[in-house]
Design a protein around this ligand. Sequence first.
Ligand SMILES: [Zn+2]
Length: 260
Amino acid sequence: MKLNFLLLTFLLLVACSTSPTGRKQLNLVGESQMQQMGKDSFEKLKQQEKVSTNQAANTYVSCVSHRVLKAMGEKPSDWEVVVFEDKSPNAFALPGKKIGVHTGMIDLAQNPDQLAAVIGHEIGHVLASHGNERVSQNIVAQGTMAAASLAIGQDTTKDQLLIAALGVGAQVGVLLPFSRKHETEADLLGLKYMSKAGFNPQEAANLWVQMKQKAGGSPPEFLSTHPSPDSRIKTLRKEADKYRSQYKKNDQNTQCSKPS
Ligand SMILES: [Zn+2]
């Protein structure tokens, strides 16, 4: 017991970091391990799900993603962007520089600006290490022995929970919603990046309105893992004003057009 306590104290001391918005966070898992988990999960998804070969859809999603990534100071060619043939409106980004967008999300987003909002939000989750934070919270909740084995990467029984913590849980049957705190942070980062990339920040709130309308009686997976659309729509409308001037200043040389 005493040893566990010491171990936990040690882990807490070494693992405290700060998110891009200045929030203190607990990240117990090494960055390279998170990246490996993201890459492995993405490979599995590509094997399990149908990857779209539709040229227009792929060009569109890459165009929007690359503009957002460039605005973040990322090198777009380092990132893998894959379109999945799936009618449910979903999108995700994983550590290890992976982005996945369902064809259902391409349909749902009415214009490139709305798609940029969703992609910016998802990359926001990754750059703010939300997956790591969620994995870490699970570790603390489950006790220090699990922490010890996870920290050295030997526990395979927790794979499902780890993958769910990345935000792609449906495939392993575990849906783990992001917290309000994480959602707000990802929304704000998404707004900032999309505006910087020359996308209209006003469209971010509209995307969530679309999502809510589409949800009807049965919320899509995306709303299960990204809850609270109502409060988010309000905040996004208010916050978007701050970024409007920045958005207008940016040149929009690369036009991304939604396939008809
Ligand atoms: Zn989210």
